[in-house]
Design a protein around this ligand. Sequence first.
Ligand code: ATR
Length: 273
Amino acid sequence: MTDRYAVIGNPIEHSQSPRIHQAFARQTGEQIEYGKILGDLDRFEEEVRKFFAEGGKGLNVTVPFKERAWRLADSHGERARLAQAVNTLALQADGRLLGENTDGVGLVRDLAVNHGFVFERKRILLLGAGGASRGVAGPLLEERPALLVIANRTAAKAEALADRLRPLETPVEGCGLEALAGKRFDLIVNGTAAGLKGEVPDIPGDCLLPGGWVYDMMYGKEPTAFVRWGLEHGAARALDGLGMLVEQAAESFFIWRGVRPRTAEVIRMLRQG
Ligand code: ATR
């Protein structure tokens, strides 16, 4: 019996998720089918309910529906609750929908496991306070760095996100981009949408410590604008988000199937185009 899964978003045409999950299925021998659904901006909730009513077992949810998926889910994992956004819906045995967010785990695993980044005692800057940043801020804090600063063009949004995360006990601050003057970081993660227009957030040129790393949650065939910024400003490593994409998919696959796929070979496959 083949179980059905899909990714839903708008736009969806260029999603790599079907390729990734099909590769996981081949590798693990799991019997699954994984498609893509162009979500309707007015009827997202109906479409999700229909997918599950027709026998679907799980969905990945992408832009712009992650907040709506969070509201729609019957119960939430801890990470989804912190993010107030859901990228993974899983049908439970009792028919209820569990919502989880695997983006942050994906980022942390790509940094720590695939690239050997050590969070301990590090000062981390997260740029942006939209859906992408909300998804990763909690899991970054769970790695217990020395400090997480969330900086956003609109300061109030970063302050609100930092306030929500304060109970996690690792020091966290929210501020505007202009407040970064004079501050230095070991790792800068870009979760803004600036790269969609080929731009980088307006941050001081010297805010990366010598030997520091940059990570762009976006990826592309060519180095992204933020990866280029990192290389131009002395980053020891400048990584794009392809590894995170595969790692978040692996965590979703694990939630659905209870099996953890090997990611390195899938990252290599996507890198080759
Ligand atoms: P997503 O869900 O992809 O994160 P979003 O919720 O619209 O999308 O958030 C986009 C983020 O990118 C926001 O933090 C936004 O800053 P504002 O909150 O001030 O709008 C940020 N952003 C977009 N374009 C940017 C730019 N050119 N420079 C800096 N930040 C930018």
